[in-house]
Design a protein around this ligand. Structure first.
Ligand code: PLP
Length: 404
């Protein structure tokens, strides 16, 4: 069953560029090449265009334009934030661009619950008078679980008030922009990272929201661009495309959320044959799927507090890379874990973290079953899901000897 058309279910890794965004990008590549920081006419014109784009981006987040700093993407945004502090609290399910720099300083890693959600009370418990920054991702890139950002912000505000501290709150919102409330006032965050490559914009462009008077310094030295926080010639064509991508996202967000939620329900219900709706069912975690050759498929992460485009499953005893390759051979593109860690042989740190929470013990150096992530997007159809599940079922019967 080789398919000529590719079914792309890896939108959490990268989205295709939207057609209208591409038009803006191409036009700007041709017309807006002058350096926006120079002083001749063409540069001044470009500076004006840049200011408008910054305002447009800021509006999406209910921020002021001088609170938006353009970067090369979320990895850089996250590094700027983490490298500014010495005493940090974060979680054990963050992206590597938080975890890696955080390991270099004094960091407390709060463990996630078995549901894939961080308990705000555990963040509260970890706060000390020395804490400078709390960083908790808005939505997890592997299992799509949505973190209680507003509640965590509340705990931090309360601690600051009671103890006269100035602990800042950062969220990596890279996976959230397409689907969730992005109003920085309602969220109560001081700093936020996001990029264009996940919202149908070009890759290599991202941003940081930094609330006014928040003390963030540059980590790469050079020019004074971006409020002196991010040196380097402004990537104007990509910035304009980013602003356009946000406008489109805003326009279709509600409709697309509903459409994807339905597809997600359809996908999950076909997996969990006897269940009809996506209620608050962490219980579904250990469901046995009789239509999948008794291979005991587990859905990872809470089903309710979850991005509408994510389905993440574990099929015990079958290496996830093998499933990814088998699906790919049938024309279905998925990922086993964060794309930037795909070559790494260890199981996903996110899956390990939720299993540790389930089992109440450290699983360091123990074998943890892998997982595969199906992440849907604007082009995904019901037929794609049907084909994917049919392919998966065939692969499981082919690989029967792995788990029986
Ligand atoms: N943070 C999260 C949650 C992500 O999913 C990703 C990319 O997948 C990143 C950060 C890194 O983003 P970028 O590729 O823009 O550096």
């Amino acid at each position: 069953m080789k398919k000529s058309k590719k079914i792309y279910l890896d939108y959490a890794s990268a989205t295709p560029i939207d057609g209208d965004v591409l038009k803006v990008f191409n036009k700007a590549l041709k017309e807006n090449f002058a350096n926006a920081s120079a002083i001749h006419d063409m540069a001044v014109e470009n500076k004006k265009v840049l200011d408008i784009a910054r305002k447009d981006v800021a509006r999406f987040f209910d921020a002021h334009s001088n609170e938006i700093i353009f970067t090369s993407g979320s990895t850089e945004s996250n590094n700027i934030v983490i490298q500014n502090f010495k005493n940090i609290i974060t979680t054990n399910i963050e992206h590597a661009s938080i975890l890696e720099p955080a390991r270099l300083v004094n960091t407390t890693f709060v463990g996630v619950e078995a549901s894939g959600i961080i308990d705000p009370k555990k963040i509260k418990k970890a706060l000390t008078l020395e804490t400078e920054l709390v960083s908790v991702m808005y939505a997890n890139n592997e299992i799509g679980t949505i973190q209680p950002i507003k509640e965590i912000a509340k705990e931090i505000r309360h601690f600051n008030k009671t103890n006269n501290t100035k602990i800042l709150f950062h969220t990596d919102a890279t996976q959230a922009v397409n689907y969730l409330d992005m109003n920085v006032e309602r969220l109560g965050v001081d700093i936020m990272s996001f990029n264009a490559g996940k919202i149908y914009g070009p890759k290599g462009i991202g941003a940081l929201y930094i609330r006014r008077r928040t003390p963030i310094k540059k980590i790469i030295f050079g020019g004074d661009q971006e409020n002196g926080i991010r040196a380097g010639t402004e990537n104007l064509p990509a910035i304009l495309a980013f602003a356009e991508a946000l406008k489109i996202t805003e326009k279709i967000k509600d409709k697309e959320n509903k459409r994807l939620k339905k597809l997600q329900e359809y996908f999950v219900n076909k997996l969990l044959k006897n269940q009809n709706s996506l209620g608050p069912r962490v219980a579904a975690l250990n469901q046995t799927l009789d239509n999948f050759n008794s291979s005991k498929v587990k859905i990872n992460g809470d089903l309710e507090n979850r991005l509408p485009n994510n389905i993440n499953i574990t099929i015990p005893k079958i290496p996830s890379d093998l499933l990814v390759i088998e699906l790919s051979a049938r024309g279905v593109m998925v990922s086993a874990k964060s794309a930037c860690k795909s070559g790494d042989e260890k199981a996903s740190h996110v899956i390990q973290a939720i299993r540790e929470s389930e089992q109440g013990e450290s699983l360091l150096n123990k074998e943890v079953d892998g997982s595969i992530r199906f992440s849907m997007g604007r082009e995904t159809t019901k037929q794609d899901i049907d084909y994917t599940l049919k392919s998966l079922s065939q692969i499981l019967s082919k690989l029967k000897k792995w788990y029986t």
